[in-house]
Design a binder for this molecule. Sequence first.
Ligand code: 1HN
Length: 370
Amino acid sequence: MAEKSSFFESSLVQDFNKDIEQYHLGPLWNAIPDLMKHTPEPHAQAYLWKYDLLHKKLMEATEIFTPDRGGERRAIYLQNPGLNYRKPWGWASTTQTLYAAVQLILPGEEAPSHRHVQNALRFVMEGEGAYSIVQGERLFMERGDFLTTPNGLWHGHGHPGDKPMIWMDCLDIPTIYYLGGTFFEPYPEKLEKPSLPDNYSQQRYEGGMVRPIGDRYEKKAPLGNFKWKHTEAALQGLSRFEPDPFDGYAVEYINPSNGKTACPTIAAWMQKLPKGFHSQAHRHTHASIYHVHEGAGYTIINGVRFDWEKGDYFVVPNWAWHEHVAEKDAYLFQTNDLPILEKFGLERKQELDMNNGHQEVKSEFKPVIV
Ligand code: 1HN
């Protein structure tokens, strides 16, 4: 081994590596340990953002920035500290494949319509009275609603209500960025005008799981807004029975025309963890972003305890051991890149097979507090 490494450090090899660099050529013998890890070693880290910080910064942003100043959306995104290697481009995403942000719209504001190839979803955190207009349909939002805007659909936002409204956005921006497929188009006028009745798709699906017969052929987003009352009722029914040992009581938002995830590249789940629930630890290839809709507890990620409460966000990177503990009845909203990993045949999972399926807590994460 020593002989091998001294060979790679020899001036013969080093000089050759340096020589070919000037021709934009790279020596694989140098790169293979970094490029071909034996198991996933994501650059994204486990991290947690407190809601007080996000809320404070969004409120400060209202003093500085308005959507008419050309930036389209007042959104502040979660930059994973492990992805700072992207600094030359000026941004880091939340996980290696997904971007997550909090967005605030004030009463009277309009965020202009546009369309892009990135798939987007929203989860409503605070307020009511604002709408997203998607392909001519105004979808009025309330806390706990889940909305989807798959790629290519026109969408903008307006707020005729009277209190600030805040939601989470999650998009597959980093994935599309790496794949080189970005297209973006502003709407010819500022905000699209309604061409369908308000909350049209939501009304078509008022009964829940029964599907209008016109939707038996695949559509991108036959249901635009998944109302909290339906999600809550589904979880209430599930929670009369045994929970999943890893995820508690969990449901997935789906496209009713094809049964697949509501957003083609991003899975979105709502998990209910009753007070006292302690999940088994496991790990999987896909990476997850969690938002605490309600309650309090903690998640142990690779032996580090991350305490969370209502409004907080945290990241579980690829292949990280994790288990959840609810100290109060909790609802966790989760987005993840499972559909992307599955499309490439990369999803694997493993259960922790020691210590009754629980990790040893070695340290506690100290979030930034404001
Ligand atoms: C976007 O269209 C929205 O529609 C939010 O609210 C965040 C981030 C990047 C690109 C497009 C929105 C976005 C975005």
